[in-house]
Design a protein around this ligand. Structure first.
Ligand SMILES: [Zn+2]
Length: 62
């Protein structure tokens, strides 16, 4: 019974063909959070930043 997996080059996890590994989504979400922090320093864009953080958290959870 041969079943082929793609291997995530970042964490070594087994992925179904076409599946994206969660570890990358988490990394992207963290980077977005970092950007949000920088943006919040400007002021006036706080709402936008909060919305982005919420979306990032949702992605990380799913
Ligand atoms: Zn991975």
């Amino acid at each position: 019974m041969a079943r082929y997996f793609n291997t995530c080059p970042h964490c070594g996890g087994n992925l179904d063909p076409g599946e994206k590994c969660d570890c990358q989504e988490e990394r992207v979400a963290k980077e977005k959070n970092m950007q949000s922090l920088f943006m919040s320093g400007k002021g006036g864009q706080m709402m936008l930043c909060f919305m982005k953080e919420e979306r990032a958290v949702e992605k990380a959870v799913v």
